[in-house]
Design a binder for this molecule. Structure first.
Ligand SMILES: [Zn+2]
Length: 77
């Protein structure tokens, strides 16, 4: 797994690249300490990610069945 950082956006080659991205993204603030791959109850592991930098919350929505799930304590915000 590796991340192509040559363009405007980082492009990963697999889901494990998300861990490196989150560690870099959070290094200057509220540091991430854990990473787990997510899997929907329908079996899919591909999601849309909705994130709000200002509120510090995120939600994932399964592209297969449309089920949404708040990440960690995001629902409180
Ligand atoms: Zn699903």
């Amino acid at each position: 797994m590796s991340i192509d950082k040559s363009g405007k956006w980082w492009i990963g080659s697999g889901s494990e690249d998300i861990k490196e991205y989150l560690e870099t993204y959070s290094a200057g603030g509220y540091k991430s300490s854990d990473f787990r791959s997510a899997k929907c109850t329908c079996g899919s592991d591909i999601f849309y990610l909705f994130a709000d930098d200002d509120e510090g919350c995120a939600k994932r929505t399964c592209i297969s069945c449309g089920m949404s799930h708040f990440i960690c304590d995001s629902e409180e915000y």
